[in-house]
Design a protein around this ligand. Structure first.
Ligand code: ASP
Ligand code: ASP
Length: 370
């Protein structure tokens, strides 16, 4: 059986806690060698990535999986192949798990309805970035006794941020309270909760000082210029003047507050170097935790998280690695009647692909990104 990871909103508290515990055991040095031997992970990224793609790849390789990157720019996507056909092709080629990053909210959800292998969302438009959310939780949980009761402030372009949405579900499910801080144009609109659901422990403010007051955790969000369709702020300089997290503005928070940023940073816009590289920053730890979290997610998605044995001696692990290739992989059967493609790539203008995707987005209560 395989499971999909599409968003933290879909996970129970127990599932989140289980993934964090599993990730922590790998962060503590447990060796995953061989556990994914014979499995194939394929990555399909329609948007750039450094941290996420590399850490998925590292996690899978350390556990003995085969990893194939589908290079969208050199694949048949360039000839107009649809997203759906591409995903189904990867499954037919033997993927046990497909990691997808896509500019449209809902794309991984759609993929998950069409394939039997595991689909892992590595960031979809303005919707969610669940593995980022988990590594944010892990980073904070390593430095604080519990997440419950913490005050977390998310600062900046909340409106366009999938990182903010995953953090929002993750932190509130574990009992933290959250304040969204930013100019009114970059905060979620006050719509009926059915259209734009927010957990009840979430408040919003446009005052940085008020938003950071007593915060235990401050997360600066990147200004998502690629998702903004028109000017949301008069200028970046003006934005920075009022909302940049700096060593000075960080003083509004608790003296021991942790500073997070999902990366990549725009230094001088949403965060300044004195804060980003200062004593309270845990930004590099977030990156490092990415590998442990993605490993935990892969095991969970492939339903082998419970089969994990306690750490064994290096000698045994070496022997196991030698046998890795001998294990047979189950080959998924391809359904006789394939569902019709409903999303076309940018190259194809026929049909109404966006209609289906919009339905998907409406189902998640989100607006499409560019
Ligand atoms: N977009 C960022 C980077 O790749 C982080 C990520 O991949 O999620 O640098
Ligand atoms: N790397 C994160 C993402 O892909 C954050 C960002 O790009 O701002 O969503």
């Amino acid at each position: 059986m395989s499971r999909h990871l599409l968003g933290l909103r879909d996970l129970s508290v127990t599932q989140i806690q289980h993934l964090l515990d599993l990730a922590q055991s790998y962060a503590d040095g447990e060796r995953p060698a061989g556990i994914l031997a014979g499995r194939t992970l394929m990555t399909l990224f329609y948007e750039p990535s450094t941290r996420t793609e590399i850490s998925f790849e590292l996690a899978a390789k350390r556990a003995g999986a085969e990893v194939v990157r589908c290079d969208v720019d050199r694949s048949s996507v360039k000839k107009g192949e649809s997203f759906v056909d591409t995903v189904q092709t990867l499954e037919a080629l033997g993927a046990d798990a497909i990691v997808i990053r896509h500019p449209m909210a809902g794309a991984p959800t759609l993929a998950s309805q069409l394939v039997r292998c595991a689909v892992i969302n590595a960031g979809d438009g303005m919707h969610e970035h669940p593995t980022q959310g988990l590594l944010d939780l892990l980073t904070v949980s390593q430095r604080r006794e519990r997440i419950a009761g913490l005050k977390v402030a998310l600062v900046g372009d909340v409106l366009h941020s999938r990182v903010a949405r995953s953090a929002l579900w993750g932190f509130t499910k574990l009992g933290a309270s959250l304040t969204l801080v930013g100019p009114p144009t970059l905060l979620p609109p006050l719509l009926p909760s059915s259209l734009f659901p927010l957990p009840s422990q979430v408040t919003m403010t446009s005052s940085l000082e008020e938003g950071l007051q007593d915060a235990d955790v401050v997360m600066a969000l990147r200004m998502q210029l690629e998702r903004q369709q028109h000017g949301y702020v008069p200028s970046l300089a003006e934005y920075a003047r009022y909302y940049a997290v700096t060593a000075r503005t960080l003083a509004y928070a608790r003296p021991d507050a942790l500073l997070l940023h999902p990366g990549p940073m725009n230094l001088g816009v949403e965060i300044t170097a004195d804060a980003a590289y200062g004593a309270r920053s845990v930004i590099q730890t977030q990156v490092a935790n990415g590998v442990a979290v993605r490993l935990a997610v892969l095991l969970w998605a492939l339903d082998i998280d419970e089969q994990r044995e306690p750490p064994r001696s290096l000698r045994e692990l070496g022997a196991e690695r030698g046998n890795a290739g001998a294990r047979e992989r189950e080959v998924a059967e391809i359904p006789a009647t394939r569902p019709l493609p409903v999303i076309a790539s940018g190259a194809s203008r026929s049909g109404g692909p966006r209609g289906d995707l919009m339905n998907n987005e409406i189902a998640t209560g989100l607006r499409p990104s560019q």
